[in-house]
Design a protein around this ligand. Structure first.
Ligand code: ATP
Ligand code: MG
Length: 618
């Protein structure tokens, strides 16, 4: 194997060289910060070097006047060294900061490009750890590692020069001891690799714990989970502690061991050195200068045990970062992906099957033909696959078999950006971002005018609510919209969908039990949203179902019935009829669906119950 390919295969060099594109834009500054370190290292040696003439002239020859310049030079050199260290620290903080921005921005872009399935499989703590902390560790470690390495290399070369200048006999002994002292390092690196990786995983779960305590705080309070959570947290911390003790056990011996080996080196140098002085092979000055240089050479080694953990952590962080960079999103545009410009004819689900995990089919051979402008209500048992079916259209997931076509074009042949531009999704659990109501609605269309915004607010039946607020649209809604009621959140999400003004609507109606008045308002907002659009609505409310042109019944992943309300009610023992009759009107005869509507109009409470098909209890 050639040297070049061997170097390329070395994981250390491979990973460091892949960092180059991030450093490239400011390589001059990076180079400066590294070049400055060269004299910093080399200046150590000059101090050691001066000790020879000083010892020989002053201590041995008692000549005070000749070496007058030496104290001045020592101070002068140390001043230059100090100034360089200052400049180097400044430049490297700048380069390190810029470098970290470049890596983190690329990591964040990668995170945004990943498919929902990726987010299903990881925890929030892991995201924070792998996409943010790892970048800090890697960038900080990379630059400091390189700088330390270069300073050490150059100071070592210069110091070794001083050693050989003074005595080659003693230098050979010193070199042998140096090699001996360095050998445990490679061994320790292997020993700690696994523990450092485990430590990172555990720290991620601690972060997830904090996140869950924040977002799940009401559940924790309602179920009195404080003690249990506190106990879990403590045991997490104990495990982290156990790991760091193991880490310590594997590295703490390193410094004393090196210290011991080095002391043998010094002892040998002193013994052999004394003999060399007596035999007049070297002068006393040579000896003092040699010992000073040797001490300077050995000193950083003694601390290496401590730094090896942080260097190893940064190296592992770089490896993990590149794992992320190498990850390809599973949902991507084809090279010749088409741009979708509205919908003219139809949307067809053609023999669609899907599973999240192999061997556990969620949807099975679904055939559904929806014409433009039509609204399809999807009902069925909880966990039957309704939300999953709706999430296949905007390609949150890709079908496992079959295809979904818009105007004859497979959604996988359409650019995801234009596909999603044409679909407004209102989710079962709507997510609102921290910020104001205006910020959240404007996410539907960043370029919308004030007039369009007002129109969306009106259509989403938000006017009364917004007028009642002192700051109106500019009211802060808290993280995840925590300062709003359930119905208000839904309507803000609907207004956001309005502003997007996409021709296709996917609506996963929330089952949250709203009070009668807000339910009517939300229903009005939904009705407005559905007008003149092609709509898939996972329906829980009878009013929505009745307003839909057709109803698709999804049961255990199969499309079992498809017709309008009246048609479906005619199917004896049909799923829809069972849902409708058995759940809400066990006392009513199966033959009298019309009575139900009359009943609804008369009785307010009955209307509330009837208006929600709570599929979760099926
Ligand atoms: N991200 C996921 N990863 C793995 N399995 C999932 C995922 N999301 C849903 N499932 C599973 O797929 C099945 C269908 O879920 P889906 O959310 O589509 O049901 P649904 O009909 O919308 O139910 P509901 O009426 O309760 O909202 C369920 O068994 C569910 O556990
Ligand atoms: Mg659902």
């Amino acid at each position: 194997m050639s040297l070049r390919s061997r170097l390329q295969k070395n994981p250390f060099i491979h990973n460091y060289s892949r960092m180059w594109p991030f450093v490239k834009p400011f390589w001059k500054m990076a180079l400066l910060s590294l070049v400055i370190t060269l004299p910093i290292g080399a200046l150590d040696a000059t101090v050691a070097l001066f000790l020879k003439p000083y010892t020989d002239l002053v201590i041995v020859d008692k000549d005070i006047t000749s070496p007058w310049y030496i104290p001045l030079l020592i101070v002068g050199f140390t001043f230059v060294q100090g100034s360089l260290i200052f400049i180097s620290a400044f430049v490297s903080t700048y380069v390190g900061g810029k470098f970290s921005i470049a890596v983190k921005s690329k990591l964040y872009a990668k995170l945004l490009s990943l498919q929902p399935a990726y987010f299903d499989s990881i925890h929030s703590g892991t995201v924070a750890m792998r996409f943010s902390s790892d970048a800090d560790t890697a960038c900080g470690g990379l630059l400091i590692g390189l700088k330390t390495l270069l300073t050490r290399v150059f100071s070592s070369i210069a110091l070794i020069g001083v050693l050989f200048y003074n005595s080659w006999h003693l230098s050979i002994i010193a070199m042998l001891i140096l090699v001996l002292a360095l050998t445990p390092l490679a061994y320790v690196k292997k020993l700690i690799k696994k523990i450092v990786a485990q430590n990172i995983l555990l720290s991620a779960s601690v972060t997830t714990n904090y996140n869950e305590t924040f977002s799940g705080n009401r559940t924790i309070t309602a179920y009195n989970l404080q003690e249990q959570r506190a106990f879990n947290f403590k045991s997490q911390m104990e495990t982290v502690f156990g790991l760091s003790m193991r880490l310590n056990g594997r590295t703490a011996w390193l410094s004393p061991a090196m210290h011991f080996i080095i002391s043998i080196g010094l002892a040998l140098a002193v013994s052999v050195g004394s003999w060399l002085i007596v035999s007049e092979t070297i002068t006393a000055g040579n000896f003092v200068s040699f010992i000073a240089a040797l001490l300077m050479l050995y000193t950083p080694l003694k601390g290496l045990g401590r730094t090896i953990v942080s260097v190893q952590s940064s190296f592992l962080a770089i490896e993990r970062i590149f794992e992320l960079f190498d990850m390809e999103p599973t949902i991507q545009d084809k090279k010749d992906a088409k741009k979708l410009e509205g919908i003219q004819k139809n949307i067809v689900f053609d023999k669609v099957s899907f599973f999240y995990n192999e061997g556990k089919p969620v949807l099975n051979d679904i055939n559904l033909h929806v014409n433009v402008g039509e609204s399809i209500a999807i009902v069925g048992n909880s966990g039957g696959g309704k939300s999953t079916l709706a999430s296949l259209l905007p390609r949150f997931y890709d079908v496992t078999q079959g295809s979904i076509k818009i105007d004859g074009t497979d959604v996988r042949d359409i650019s995801t950006h234009s596909l999603r531009d044409n679909i407004s999704v209102v989710f079962q659990d709507n997510f609102l971002f921290s910020g104001t109501i205006r910020d959240n609605i404007m996410q539907g269309n960043q370029e919308a005018s004030e007039e369009m915004l007002t129109q969306a607010v009106q259509s989403a039946c938000l006017c009364d609510f917004i007028e009642s607020l002192e700051l109106g649209l500019d009211t802060e809604i808290g993280e995840r919209g925590s300062l709003l009621s359930g119905g208000q959140k839904q309507r803000v999400a609907i207004a956001r969908a309005f502003l997007k003004n996409a021709p296709i609507i996917v609506l996963d109606e929330a089952t949250s039990a709203l009070d009668n008045k807000s339910e009517k308002i939300v229903q009005q907002a939904i009705d407005n949203l559905m007008k003149d659009r092609t709509v898939f609505v996972i329906a829980h409310r009878l009013s929505t179902i009745r307003n839909a042109d057709r109803i698709a019944v999804i049961h255990e992943g199969q499309l079992v019935e498809l017709d309008n309300h009246d048609g479906l009610m005619k199917i004896t023992n049909g799923q829809y009829r069972q849902l409708y009759e058995m759940q809400f009107h066990p006392s009513l005869s199966l033959e009298k669906p019309k009575e139900v509507e009359e009943n609804n109009d008369d009785n307010v409470n009955a209307e509330k119950n009837e208006n929600i098909i709570s599929t979760t209890s099926v």
